[in-house]
Ligand binder design. Structure first.
Ligand code: GLN
Length: 308
């Protein structure tokens, strides 16, 4: 296959760009190697191609959000989840303290307010904080096709500085969107964000979305097909936060970024794509990841609004 050479050339092109900065509101992330760079494609047939640092572990961070949303939809049903979390793009930063004024409902599951609420909806009702974290860890592992684990160091580091997410949690509790101890929900959400993955794992997780919810390597159905449509639609409109419009027009692939420098995209029926480069732009999206996706989209005609 020529794919690994193509990927290596693309990485070489973006490699000199050292603009952007590591996330530093989580001290452990500021200690990451900023030079890391990797990209992987996983097809719906289960082929995985990679170049660069594809086997280096990073924390999944906000890339966990669409997958946790998928699990909540699968576990609780659409009505129960939509009653608590909307699907309107907020056009705001990921950590905006943003709730619909009348209801207190978070606007979408990709911003932290919506993702904290979504975490509380994973698993069967009444599961409790520890069981919910297990459900999310099991579900993320099924999407990846291998057993994943939490980076306790990153998790503890984020929890020490989680005042903003705790404030969002308490606001959600005051509106009755959360009906339980918000500190425990935010801790569970933080554990969810601290799950370690490789770029290869991320590409397979995206490929599971691209493959109607069936992991293309293990053959396991992780979530039902209607759930995947919902998740990809929300990624397409909200996945890149306040850069969602630029992304939709210039790249045109349903996507999700994380502050550890990961970025995924999923093309229904085709491939999952993942990149890793830790320096972030002002929206909290990976600088070189955004460049790589722009290039992949242009080179291969992947924009979903283009006739293939
Ligand atoms: N754990 C991070 C937070 O809640 C995730 C943010 C992100 O990746 N954009 O702030």
């Amino acid at each position: 296959s020529m794919v690994p050479d193509y990927l290596a050339d693309a990485l070489a092109d973006v490699e000199p760009d050292t603009s952007g900065a590591l996330a530093d509101y989580i001290p452990e992330l500021a200690a990451a190697d900023p030079g890391r760079l990797g990209a992987a494609f996983a097809t719906v047939d289960g082929e995985v191609y990679g170049a660069g640092d594809v086997d280096v572990e990073l924390t999944i961070q906000s890339i966990s959000k669409p997958f946790a949303y998928a699990l909540a939809l699968a576990d609780r049903g659409f009505d129960a989840v939509l009653a608590k979390v909307g699907v309107e793009p907020s056009g705001e930063a990921f950590n905006e303290i943003s709730l619909e004024p009348a209801t207190g409902r978070p606007r979408n599951p990709m911003i932290n307010a919506g993702a904290i609420t979504t975490h509380a909806l994973a698993g069967v009702a009444g599961l409790g904080p520890a069981g919910r974290v297990e459900r999310v860890l099991d579900g993320l592992s099924a999407f990846a096709g291998r057993r994943l684990r939490v980076d306790e160091g990153v998790c503890a580091s984020e929890l020490e500085h989680a005042h903003r997410n705790l404030a969002i949690g308490h606001l959600l509790r005051s509106h009755g969107v959360l009906t339980e101890d918000p500190d425990a929900v935010v801790e569970g959400y933080t554990r969810q964000c601290s799950v370690l993955v490789t770029t290869r794992d991320l590409a397979l997780m995206a490929a599971t979305l691209a493959n109607r919810g069936v992991n293309p390597r293990t053959g396991e159905r992780v979530v039902p097909e209607p759930v995947v449509r919902q998740v990809l639609s929300v990624m397409a409109t909200c996945g890149m936060y306040d850069a969602a419009g630029d992304w939709a027009t210039q790249v045109g692939i349903p996507a999700k970024s994380g502050v550890a420098g990961g970025l995924i995209g999923a093309l229904p029926g085709q491939i999952g794509i993942a990149t890793f480069s830790p320096r972030l732009d002002q929206h909290g999206n990976s600088v070189r990841g955004v460049s790589l996706f722009g290039r992949f989209s242009a080179d291969m005609g992947l924009h979903v609004m283009e006739v293939p």
